[in-house]
Design a protein around this ligand. Structure first.
Ligand code: PMP
Length: 427
C-alpha cells in the first residue's frame, strides 16, 4: 500500500464527506497538525497516514482496553468469523456472552446487545419509560450520552420536542437532583448518571457517595429507574459496574466501546425488575447480532477477569500524573489533572481558552505522543512503564519548548467560536 499524505486525503475527503469528517473524531476542534487519518494501530501505538507513530492516549476514544491487535482477542474473533458473523439469527456466543456479563456485573440479571453506545443509552431511556409509563428523564447537565436526537450536544436537526422530557440536574449535587425530581412530580421515568463526571473541558469528578445513594433512594421512592452510562468508563475502574465502588446498584447500565476490545458491540444490562419493560420494546439492528464481536467480548472479559490490569492501570496512571506535575513545575507550569488516573484529563491551570493545552498537545504530538487537550484520555493494558517514561521525557521537552513562548501563544479561533456558542447556550 502506498503511503498517502494527510493533505491529499483531507482534500479528497472534503469532496465526498461533509466537512471532510464529522463528530468528535473530526480534528476540526484539535490543534493544527493533528492527523485526521490513521493507517494502522498496534498495542498502545497508532500510525498516521504518513507513517508517523504515536503513543496513543486516546485508545480510539475508549474501545482499546487491552491493546490494539490483542492476540488472544483477535484469535477468538477470527475463529468465530470463520464460522459465521452476521447471520439470519444470533450464534450461541450470544447466550454465552449474556451469561458472562450477568455473572460479572452485580446488578445485572439480563443483557441485550446492540452496536453503539447510543443504541444502549436510547434503549435504557425507552426501558425506563416503558417500565414506568412516565415521560421525564433526568440527565446531568454537560454529560454525554450519545448522538441521538434526545441527547446529541449539537443543536442542528433536533426539535425541542425531541428533548421536551429530558431535564437537567447538576452531577454530584444532591439539592439539584432533589429539586429536579420534585419538579418532575409523578412523571419521572428515570435518572441517568455517568460513573464519574467525565464531561469535556471541565475538571472530572468522582461520584460523591451521598449523591449516588440519594439517586438510588429517589428512584426507589418514585419507582423511576436508575441508569448508569458505562459506555466510556466500563471495566476501566472495576470488573463490575463502576458504582459498585460506591456501593450503589443501578437498575440499568449501558456498555459499549471497550466491551469487545475494539470490535463493534454495545449492551444494555438490567435488573430483574426492568426485564419485562426491556422485553416489551421493539428494538433491533441488522448487525446487532453479529457473532464475531461477541466472541471478541467473551475473550476480552476472560482476560479482564484473569489479569491484574486494574492495578497495572493504577500504577501507570499514577506515575503519569505525578511525573507530569513534576515536569510541569520544573518549567514553571501548573497543570489541572483530574479524574481517576486510569482516565486522565490533563489541562492547564489558568488556561480558560485552552491555549496552553493546545500548544502543549502539539509539542507532545511532535514528540510522538498523542494527547487530547480537552477530552479525558484512556490507558490501555498494553502500555508499559517504559511507555509512560517515554511520554514523561517528551513532556519535559514539550514544557521546555513551550516555556519561552508562553506569553505569545494564541488561542485557537475554532475552539473560541465553539466555547462562545456553548456559553450562549448553543447546546
Ligand atoms: N455515553 C458515553 C458516556 C460516551 O462516552 C459515548 C461515546 N463517546 C456514548 C454514550 C455514545 O457511544 P457511541 O458513540 O458508541 O454511540
Amino acid at each position: 500500500m502506498t503511503a498517502q499524505t494527510e493533505a491529499s486525503l483531507r482534500a479528497r475527503a472534503l469532496k465526498v464527506i461533509p466537512n471532510g469528517m464529522y463528530g468528535h473524531e473530526s480534528v476540526a476542534l484539535l490543534p493544527d497538525g493533528f492527523p485526521q487519518f490513521f493507517s494502522r494501530a498496534d498495542g498502545a501505538w497508532i500510525w498516521d497516514s504518513e507513517g508517523n507513530r504515536y503513543l496513543d492516549f486516546m485508545c480510539a476514544y475508549g474501545p482499546n482496553l487491552l491493546g490494539y491487535h490483542h492476540p488472544e482477542v483477535d484469535a477468538a474473533a477470527a475463529r468465530q468469523a470463520a464460522l459465521g458473523d452476521a447471520m439470519t439469527g444470533p450464534a450461541p456466543v450470544m447466550v454465552d456472552l449474556a451469561e458472562t456479563l450477568v455473572s460479572m456485573v452485580g446488578h445485572a440479571d439480563w443483557a441485550m446487545f446492540c452496536k453503539n453506545g447510543t443504541d444502549a443509552t436510547s434503549m435504557a431511556l425507552m426501558t425506563a419509560r416503558a417500565h414506568t409509563g412516565r415521560r421525564i428523564v433526568l440527565v446531568a447537565a454537560g454529560a454525554y450520552h450519545g448522538a441521538a436526537a434526545w441527547c446529541t450536544p449539537g443543536p442542528m436537526g433536533v426539535l425541542p420536542e425531541d428533548r421536551a422530557f429530558i431535564r437537567p440536574y447538576l452531577y454530584n449535587d444532591v439539592a439539584s437532583l432533589e429539586a429536579a425530581v420534585a419538579e418532575a412530580g409523578d412523571d419521572l421515568a428515570g435518572i441517568f448518571a455517568s460513573p464519574f463526571k467525565h464531561d469535556v473541558f471541565v475538571d472530572q469528578e468522582l461520584p460523591d457517595p451521598a449523591y449516588a445513594e440519594r439517586a438510588r433512594a429517589l428512584c426507589d421512592e418514585t419507582g423511576a429507574l436508575l441508569i448508569i452510562d458505562e459506555v466510556r468508563a466500563g471495566f476501566r475502574l472495576a470488573k463490575d459496574c463502576s458504582w459498585s465502588l460506591v456501593g450503589v446498584a443501578p437498575d440499568l447500565s449501558c456498555w459499549g466501546k471497550s466491551l469487545g476490545n475494539g470490535q463493534p458491540l454495545s449492551a444494555l444490562l438490567g435488573a430483574e425488575k426492568a426485564r419485562g419493560a426491556a422485553g416489551s420494546l421493539y428494538v433491533t439492528g441488522s448487525f446487532w447480532f453479529a457473532a464475531t464481536p461477541m466472541a471478541a467480548a467473551i475473550e476480552t472479559l476472560r482476560i479482564l477477569r484473569e489479569t491484574d490490569y486494574l492495578a497495572h492501570f493504577e500504577a501507570l496512571g499514577t506515575r503519569l500524573r505525578v511525573g507530569l506535575d513534576a515536569a510541569a513545575a520544573a518549567h514553571g507550569f501548573t497543570l489541572r489533572q483530574s479524574g481517576p488516573v486510569q482516565m486522565p484529563l490533563i489541562m492547564f491551570a489558568q488556561d480558560p481558552d485552552a491555549r496552553l493545552g493546545y500548544a502543549f498537545s502539539q509539542e507532545m504530538l511532535a514528540r510522538g505522543v498523542y494527547m487530547h487537550p480537552w477530552h479525558n484520555m484512556f490507558l490501555c493494558a498494553a502500555m508499559t512503564m517504559a511507555d509512560i517514561e517515554f511520554a514523561l521525557a517528551a513532556a519535559d521537552e514539550a514544557f521546555a519548548a513551550l516555556a519561552p513562548r508562553r506569553a505569545s501563544v494564541q488561542p485557537s479561533p475554532r475552539l473560541l467560536a465553539l466555547l462562545e456558542q456553548a456559553a450562549a447556550g448553543g447546546h
